[in-house]
Write a protein that binds this ligand. Structure first.
Ligand code: PEP
Ligand code: MG
Length: 584
């Protein structure tokens, strides 16, 4: 860097928290130039063999990096997803067909099918789908490079602290990172649920993704400051800014160290009210980080991940292996496994769902499972079997009516009988709960409570349905407000109904991640908060520094305020006064 270089500020998606400072290490763009030529009929067989060979080489390479991977145990699951793409029958067969029928070279034949799948994906505006598109691209690039005889790019050893700048960072790239030198990631592609983001969080490396043009704007050797909490990346900051960033980094690390002191302490208020702080998890690989941050179990294991990157359905064994691994890894703590919540803003995976004009109000979650019974029963059987190995709980999403939970329980009873007939073991007292995430279920929570063992409030959806604000629509994001009085009143109602029936009430929406909301949630008497693992120490500090009595007083006052803005300001002030420096 020279002093003449100007500071540039780029803003992307905050994918993994923390502040990193280092030299840019720019990985070459993934663009592969793909030749197109016709092949003679007598070369079809050898072209097919060439394609097969490249797939096989790609497979061996991925298996090798998976073996050599030194990241958190089990993160190699992501490699399995990529290996599965390499086995995708549709892609393999279609490429073969393109070679034979169109008489084109293997590179172009593969390109034709990948482009077609990408076009289908593109038409679906959904974060999960966008990410799976990237996975397909990463794998296709690898096969292409093998066809072209290019070397796969690896990160060379470096002597300074570096920030990786890449179009996207595949798990294979991540596997080769030297944790002592790689301070952060910055990528053009990706969103919060991209594999890059998940990898970064699991490795606890600050990352900003979705910058779109980082690889073209950042040059090798540029000095970078990556703020994974705000999504801001500074390129070649001036000396004064750099100094300020160093100071911020120091403060962040000090706060993190200070908060980690709470890891092994109970989440108990000063007057003895004990909350359970647990984690939202999508991958088994995230569990070590959850436990390291003091999580007392898994409060929400989202199972949609199992259906990604594939065109077939997971069978009972595959479900079982994953759920068993979850319950065993969190033992002796419990794990709440949520049944498939497909549809709405969730990707369609291997399912051929018809286009709906209002997918959030359509055939999603339990509605879909009650329609697709065999698929639902497969998942229930696997969760039940996993319960023989630890403390599993089952949770049904998007319940809006008592009859739905009754029907789901009847199916569960059927599955138990089938398991009995197969002499499979399971926990006969496996707790069964529901997510309260529609205004209807909140309003009839007193009628739902006797039917279940626990409630878990899914605020991500409860807010969208209560306030009529699409959770993924940026145009109306300013209206999406957890502290809206209507939402708060529904939460209060659900907690009261649950407690009147003697069942615990949890919360697993993003609302529980924000330290600003915690005094409110304690005062509302929630029993358990499930959140991003990294948020647990900070939330614990707030819980341990307050009393239930004062939190209840805060709630009483907050509930008299007419707007979300006012509630937010009030909670901010109360939190800042008690815990200076905790809020960003
Ligand atoms: C919720 O709706 O709050 C929730 C936790 O579920 P999801 O975000 O998966 O819809
Ligand atoms: Mg939900």
């Amino acid at each position: 860097m020279t002093s003449a270089e100007k500071q540039t500020i780029m803003t992307g998606i905050d994918a993994s928290p923390g502040i990193a400072i280092g030299e840019a290490y720019v990985l070459r763009s993934r663009e592969v130039s793909i030749p197109r030529y016709e092949i003679e009929p007598d070369r079809i067989e050898s072209e097919l063999a060439r394609f097969k060979g490249a797939v096989e080489r790609s497979r061996e390479q991925l298996l090798r990096v998976k073996e050599q991977f030194s990241g958190p145990e089990g993160l190699s699951h992501i490699f399995d997803a990529h290996l599965l793409i390499l086995e995708d029958v549709m892609i393999l067969e279609e490429t073969g067909r393109n070679i034979s029928e169109h008489r084109v070279n293997a590179e172009h034949a593969l390109r034709m099918i990948v482009d077609r799948v990408m076009d289908v994906f593109k038409a679906i505006d959904d974060e999960y789908i966008r990410e799976r598109r990237t996975d397909l691209q990463v794998v296709a690039d690898r096969v292409m490079r093998n066809l072209l005889g290019e070397k796969q790019e690896t990160i060379q050893r470096s002597l300074t602290e570096i920030i990786i700048v890449a179009h996207d960072l595949s798990p294979a790239d991540a596997a080769q990172l030297d944790r002592k030198l790689v301070m952060g990631f910055v990528t053009d592609a990706g969103g919060k649920t991209s594999h890059t983001a998940i990898t970064a969080r699991a490795l606890e490396i600050p990352a900003v993704v979705g910058l779109e043009n980082a690889t073209s704007l950042i040059k090798p050797g540029d000095l970078l400051v990556v703020d994974g909490c705000t999504g801001v990346v500074r390129v070649n900051p001036d000396p004064a800014t750099l100094e300020q960033c160093r100071q911020q980094r120091g403060e962040y690390l000090a706060l993190e160290r200070e908060l980690l002191r709470y890891t092994d302490l109970p989440a108990e208020t000063r007057d003895g009210y004990e909350l359970r702080l647990v984690g939202n998890v999508e991958l088994v690989e995230e569990i070590p980080s959850l436990l390291a941050h003091g999580g007392a179990g898994v409060g929400l294991f989202r199972t949609e991940f199992l259906y990604m990157n594939r065109t077939d359905l997971p069978d009972e064994e595959e479900h079982y292996r994953i759920y068993r691994s979850v319950v065993e890894r969190v033992a002796p703590h419990p794990a709440v496994i949520r049944t498939l919540d497909l549809g709405g803003d969730k990707f369609a995976g291997p399912f051929n769902l018809s286009q709906e004009s209002n997918p959030a109000l359509g055939l999603r979650a339990m509605r879909f499972c009650l329609r697709e019974r065999e698929l639902f029963k497969t998942q229930l059987a696997a969760i039940l079997r996993a319960s023989a190995h630890g403390r599993a709980r089952i949770m049904f999403p998007l319940i809006s009516d008592v009859s739905e939970i009754r029907e789901a329980k009847l199916i569960l009873a059927e599955v138990r009988e089938e398991l009995d007939a197969r002499s499979e073991r399971y926990d006969p007292d496996l707790p069964v709960g529901i997510m309260v995430e529609t205004p209807s279920s909140a309003m009839i929570s007193d009628l739902l409570a006797p039917e279940v063992d626990f409630f878990s409030i899914g605020t991500n959806d409860l807010i969208q349905y209560t306030l009529a604000v699409d959770r993924g629509n940026e145009q109306v994001a300013y209206l999406y407000e957890p502290l809206h009085p209507a939402h708060l009143r529904l939460i209060q109602r659900v907690v009261e109904a649950g407690h009147a029936a003697g069942i615990p009430v949890m919360m697993c929406g993003e609302m529980a991640n924000d330290p600003r909301n915690i005094l409110m949630l304690i005062g509302l008497s929630l029993d358990e908060l499930s959140m991003n693992s990294l948020a647990i120490p900070c939330v614990k500090r707030i819980v341990r520094g307050t009393t239930l009595r004062e939190a209840r007083e805060i709630v009483a006052q907050a509930l008299t305020l007419p707007t979300a803005e006012e509630v937010k300001g009030f909670l901010q002030e109360e939190t800042d006064r008690r815990f200076p420096g905790v809020l960003p």
